[in-house]
Design a protein around this ligand. Structure first.
Ligand SMILES: C[S@@+](CC[C@H](N)C(=O)[O-])C[C@H]1O[C@@H](n2cnc3c(N)ncnc32)[C@H](O)[C@@H]1O
Length: 309
């Protein structure tokens, strides 16, 4: 049974999706110089767990014993959700003995997916304390405590030793980080020589700036989009060799069309993480994100690279 408040939020968001023909979370110096509190504030509600449980019950799912697939519409907080994570995982050379890093791990959906798929250990780090708390709880509920751990911290100064990880990935996070080179330098530091780094990001496109708020930022003050070309140049300058850099816009448009068809038939959007995290603010953020995507103001990209020794 839907609760009235949840019904209002979901219904409003679905109306916006239908009107604007968009669906999906499209998500875009030196360390320590950026105030990060505005970013964590954007993602923090104080009642995330309660609202997640409400959404799950509305889906007919036991919130205490959800499966990875049942959580996926909510805990994969990036464009195309679980599908993008699966696409990324296909390219990753991970073995069961590897220790890998998820930078900006959010609610932990991608980390749990990687741990299940590869049997590896995954360490997540995220700025937003509430996300870390919920991520740990969900990890325990799904029985992944042995293989997935989450630290609260800033990606620009990570509490990990040099060369600690066999690989790292980051999904829809760099849009919140202004000093890109410092970000890539810090990742380089914690990777072993030859280790891989995969980024699934929202890049600045040729169509101009997005309107705000968007899914990843309340205003332009916490949104730092970089073009695909600048992303490549910054990674190379910090010692990464690019193996591929691809624009995944066509997959995002196809996903949006599929999700729209589900909504038009009376179902829920395929991806509901933005609705969960932003609550009543989700409708306008999703509309702006979707329009930015259609106008090529933003481009979803996937970059696979290697740390050169
Ligand atoms: C759009 S969410 C993506 C979450 C997760 N990667 C996923 O795909 O499900 C962006 C995440 O980046 C985190 N973040 C932003 N800036 C960060 C920073 N400087 N250090 C660590 N995490 C950061 C936010 O707290 C948020 O969880």
């Amino acid at each position: 049974m839907s609760t009235p408040r949840l019904t209002v939020v979901v219904t409003r968001s679905m109306e916006v999706l239908r009107d604007l023909a968009i669906v999906g979370n499209i998500t875009g110096g030196e360390p320590g110089m950026e105030p990060t509190s505005g970013i964590a504030d954007h993602y923090t509600s104080g009642d995330l767990l309660e609202r997640l449980e409400e959404h799950l019950r509305d889906d007919g799912v036991d919130p205490v014993r959800p499966t990875l697939e049942e959580l996926a519409p909510y805990d994969q907080f990036h464009a195309r959700g679980l599908e993008a994570t699966e696409d990324m995982a296909r390219h990753l050379p991970v073995s069961g003995t590897d220790r890998i890093l998820d930078i900006g791990s959010g609610l932990g959906g991608p980390a749990r997916y990687m741990a299940r798929r590869f049997g590896c250990r995954v360490t997540g780090i995220d700025l937003t304390a509430e996300f870390c708390e919920v991520a740990r709880l969900l990890t325990a509920r799904l029985g992944f405590e042995e293989r997935v751990t989450v630290e609260q911290g800033d990606a620009l100064a990570m509490p990990f030793e040099d060369g600690a990880f066999d690989g790292a990935y980051s999904m829809n996070v760099s849009m919140n980080i202004r000093p890109k080179r410092a970000f890539y330098r810090e990742i380089h530091r914690v990777l072993k020589p030859g280790a891989w780094l995969c980024l699934s990001e929202v890049a600045q496109g040729p169509g101009g700036d997005p309107d705000y708020p968007v899914a990843w930022a309340a205003s332009a003050a916490s949104s730092f989009l970089s073009t695909p070309e600048a992303t490549r140049a910054d990674l190379e300058a910090e010692g990464f060799r690019i193996e591929h850099l691809r624009d995944t816009s066509s997959e995002a448009h196809e996903f949006a069309a599929r999700s729209r068809a589900v909504v038009e038939a009376g179902g829920k959007p395929l991806h509901r993480a933005v609705i969960l995290v932003l609550g009543e603010k989700a409708g306008v953020a999703m509309a702006n994100s979707g329009r930015a995507m259609r106008d090529r103001r933003v481009l979803p990209i996937e970059v696979l690279s290697r740390r050169q020794s």
